[in-house]
Design a protein around this ligand. Structure first.
Ligand code: IPE
Ligand code: IPE
Ligand code: MG
Ligand code: MG
Ligand code: MG
Length: 325
């Protein structure tokens, strides 16, 4: 059995090792270890280790790639927080808020390079297959992030476009985390592919849940500024659904909000949330999360491995559906 907690421990140990090896100049590395030490959920490296464990008792092969993925993920967060004007993450100030933008850019760059270094720290025959999928994924995340930015200034984003965007910015990394684990476990290609599809659907559910929490979470638990997406005119699942279902009076408020005609941010968030409440958007969102989670479970079920070996992944996926942060 490979528990969630033991996966987190393995990754944290890897990061502690890193800290002792590489730490100068401190102005570059302190922010990196600051963000890595904050209590992230470590979902992606856990997926990697668990996917490897499905096919192999020896998960040591997957540890460096798993750490690489978590550092890459944290790098995307550091840059994402600048792009989203977010000053709070994991209940602490973001790097650009605590230091400055130059620090956040350069520390982020170094994290990405560190991620590649760790991804290549595997047996020779694994380097090419791992880099093939990692390169493809990293570029897809950039594409998704650009669509996310583009959509903020557009008011006609269709649900299909939104799904495409979150698949790129979020799902592909969860999917790749699983596939990379499977490759490290020397899984047959078609089984690795089923895990990839499990991750894609899990990732869609995960990002829609993130959109939901951005409106309805308890901020102290969520650790990020609630209402941030509304403030930034992000085209989230909730907003797109609300625009779709809105009658005249709701439509007027939503249009005012996304056209920056409500200067007081707290008031803007309050008004948009009221529209969501009146349109019962929370339930519509939860139904969508369930739909994608169920699709994900189907793919996990189809992996040709005895069911008892899949229990930990299944539990993790269920936990994500009910998460509060
Ligand atoms: C945040 O990811 C970015 C999204 C894709 C929504 P997580 O919710 O996994 O963030 P941490 O690592 O646990 O903080
Ligand atoms: C995150 O989307 C996607 C990436 C960081 C690649 P969000 O912007 O919604 O993530 P959070 O909410 O800031 O964690
Ligand atoms: Mg963000
Ligand atoms: Mg963002
Ligand atoms: Mg978000």
């Amino acid at each position: 059995m490979l528990s969630l907690n033991s996966c987190i421990e393995i990754i944290n140990k890897e990061f502690n090792l890193l800290k002792t090896e590489t730490n100068q100049p401190a102005e570059l590395y302190n922010p990196i270890y600051y963000v890595l030490d904050l209590a992230g959920k470590r979902i992606r490296p856990t997926l990697t280790l668990m996917a490897c464990h499905l096919f192999s008792e020896d998960i040591s092969v997957a540890i460096k790639p798993a750490a690489a993925i978590e550092i890459f993920h944290n790098f995307t967060l550091v840059h994402d927080d600048m792009m989203d004007n977010a000053i709070l993450r994991r209940n602490q100030p973001t790097i650009h808020a605590k230091w400055d933008y130059n620090v956040a850019i350069l520390s982020g760059d170094a994290m990405m390079i560190k991620a590649y270094q760790l991804m290549c720290d595997v047996d020779q025959e694994l380097i090419k297959p791992l880099l093939d999928i990692f390169n493809k994924t990293a570029l897809a995340v950039c594409e998704g992030q650009q669509y996310d930015m583009n959509f903020a200034t557009r008011n006609d984003v269709h649900l299909d476009e939104y799904i495409q965007m979150i698949a790129l910015k979020t799902s592909v990394l969860l999917a790749a985390s699983l596939k990379i684990g499977a490759i490290c476990g020397y899984a047959p290609e078609q089984e690795a592919e089923k895990l990839y599809q499990f991750g894609l659907n899990l990732g869609l559910a995960f990002q829609i849940q993130d959109d939901y929490l951005d409106v309805y979470a308890n901020q102290d638990v969520f650790g990020k500024m609630v209402g941030g997406d509304i403030a930034e005119n992000k085209k989230t699942f909730l907003l797109i659904k609300a625009l779709e279902l809105a009658k005249e009076e709701h439509s007027v408020i939503l249009q005012k909000a996304i056209n920056n005609e409500i200067p007081d941010m707290l008031e803007k968030v309050r008004l948009v949330r009221k529209v969501y409440d009146e349109l019962n958007i929370a339930q519509v969102t939860k139904d969508k999360i369930t739909e994608y989670s169920n699709k994900a479970f189907e793919f996990l079920q189809s992996v040709d491995i005895e069911d008892t070996r899949k229990m930990q992944l299944l539990e993790l996926a269920y936990g994500l559906m009910k998460r509060k942060k």
